[in-house]
Design a protein around this ligand. Structure first.
Ligand SMILES: O=C(O)CCC(=O)C(=O)O
Ligand SMILES: [Fe+2]
Length: 195
């Protein structure tokens, strides 16, 4: 696999047209209407807040995921997401047993700064994001360097964060008030322990 965008930080690989445009259009529509979306409440500094996006956690049977002190039980693989997973695994050369699927209904929905560094992912996970719908900024910031790098994740694109990235960088999807369209991201992960 070659890095298509040369100014990415080390450990990041971006593939703009991982899913072709027409198939990506169909994928957005299909996922939007067919997944069971949830908007969990998470506790932040002792107060419960609805997460500012919708999500669907899926994976192999028995997978669960601890996130901000809350346990999410995976629903069964959606057949289309499973198909994308197989293509991702071929490209990346790693296997994944779960996916957090995020729906940003419009530019008000967002995800704050974090690393995908939950202990269930192991010390040095690979995380892959496949995006459908509105182009959104994906910001990346090194833990010791101030600079925020803006990546634009397009419709049908794939972003790979290689092993090691989560220990050094945080990432976020900031609000973009002018964006009126939705975006869905499939974020493939490998959870080490299961029931
Ligand atoms: O929507 C995205 O591209 C990023 C999502 C993300 O960082 C996550 O699910 O942990
Ligand atoms: Fe993340």
């Amino acid at each position: 696999m070659t890095d298509k965008t040369l100014d990415l930080p080390p450990g990041f690989t971006y593939v703009p047209n991982f899913v072709k445009e027409k198939a990506a259009d169909d994928a957005f529509e299909y996922l939007f209407y067919n997944l069971t979306w949830q908007q969990p409440r998470l506790e932040v500094y002792g107060k419960l807040h609805l997460v500012p996006r919708l999500q669907c956690w899926m994976g192999d049977i028995g997978m669960h995921y601890q996130y901000s002190g809350k346990l999410f039980k995976a629903v069964d693989w959606d057949p289309y997401v499973l198909d994308v997973k197989t293509q991702v695994e071929k490209l990346v050369g790693k296997t994944f047993n779960s996916a957090l699927v995020n729906l940003y209904r419009d530019g008000n929905d967002k995800m704050g700064w974090h690393a995908d560094d939950e202990k269930e992912l192991g010390p040095s996970p690979a995380v892959v994001t496949v995006s459908f719908g509105a182009q959104r900024s994906f910001q990346v910031k090194h833990n010791n360097l101030g600079e925020t790098i803006n990546l634009e994740l397009g419709h049908g694109s794939l972003l790979l964060m290689k092993p090691g990235v989560q220990a050094s960088y945080k990432h976020a999807v900031p609000a973009r008030k002018k964006v009126t369209q939705g975006r869905i991201s499939l974020t493939f992960r490998n959870i080490l322990q299961s029931d």
